[in-house]
Design a protein around this ligand. Structure first.
Ligand code: B12
Length: 218
């Protein structure tokens, strides 16, 4: 006898995406991401309103010491599984026409999840994103921008200490009189700090980064 397969609603899929990160459930993240793709839910929503919400919970629970580093690492690995599945959809845009963004976590900082989410969102919106990974020096940003004829340098910082590396990137760009726009984000970063260091843009979330980059590339 054939088993009846129950079709999931969009709300159920989004809830599963969030839950899969909160419970670092690799099996669930795979099935929920595939269900979301089958339902043609936009990549931005899958990441921003599903997986990303789960990661927010992880951050809050870690801060309250309800979970510890191994669980955080497990959640970030689960997130990476989903981003890998979404990758082919995200490289579909005509990146070269929209602009090139050099993305990295700034020097001294190894946090990557927020950066990876932002890169995924920008690729989904059709930008050519060169991801330099974590702990990237100002000079490495500059070299990559020159090599790739980029418009934007995007630096993520998750620690108050590494905010200084964001400042250094703007200073290096200015000293070299380079034309690239510098944009920053990450939990300790703010619009106020970006104004202080004379950065060109800030966004609090990955959802807002697309409008920010679009404004700066136009
Ligand atoms: C995950 C995590 C880790 C993981 C990182 C895994 C990985 N592959 O990235 C591991 C376990 C490795 C880790 C290590 C460390 N961590 Co940690 N970590 C976290 C945690 C729990 C969550 C961060 C996260 O991924 N959030 C989810 C993502 C999606 O959010 P997000 O990064 O903020 O990004 C969003 C926005 O900020 C924005 N955004 C991000 N980047 C950019 C860039 C641009 C250009 C723009 C426009 C927007 C933007 O868009 C994103 C999506 O919406 C935070 C706690 C917290 N509440 O933030 C601590 C935290 C950041 N870690 C902290 C510390 C101290 C460390 C360690 C030193 C060790 C330790 N004792 O915990 C080391 C770092 C060593 C180093 N040199 O970097 C502190 C930093 C304290 C401070 N204010 O300085 C925090 C705040 C925890 C705490 N309360 O103590 N960590």
């Amino acid at each position: 006898m054939k088993r009846k397969v129950q079709k999931m609603s969009k709300e159920e899929i989004m809830a599963d995406l969030k839950k899969s990160i909160e419970t670092w459930d690799v099996k669930l993240v795979k099935s929920a991401t595939e269900a979301a793709i089958a339902e043609k839910i936009p990549v931005g929503e899958i990441i921003g309103d599903g997986l990303g919400k789960g990661m927010e919970t992880i951050g809050v629970r870690f801060d309250k010491a309800e979970i510890y580093l191994p669980q955080v690492v497990a959640a970030s690995k689960t997130m990476e599984v989903a981003l890998k599945i979404l990758e082919p959809l995200m490289s579909a845009g005509d990146g070269a026409l929209k602009g090139t963004v050099i993305f990295g976590t700034v020097e001294g900082d190894i946090h990557e999840i927020g950066k990876n989410v932002c890169c995924a969102m920008l690729r989904g919106a059709g930008y050519n994103v060169i991801d330099l990974g974590p702990d990237v020096s100002a000079m490495d940003f500059m070299d990559a921008a020159e090599e790739n004829n980029a418009q934007i340098l995007a630096g993520s910082a998750l620690m108050t200490t590494t905010l200084e590396s964001q400042r250094e990137l703007v200073e290096t760009r200015d000293e070299m009189e380079a034309p690239y726009k510098c944009i920053f984000g990450g939990a300790p970063c703010s619009q106020e700090f970006c104004d202080e260091i004379k950065a060109d843009g800030y966004s609090e979330t990955a959802n807002e980064i697309i409008d920010l980059v679009a404004r700066l590339c136009s």
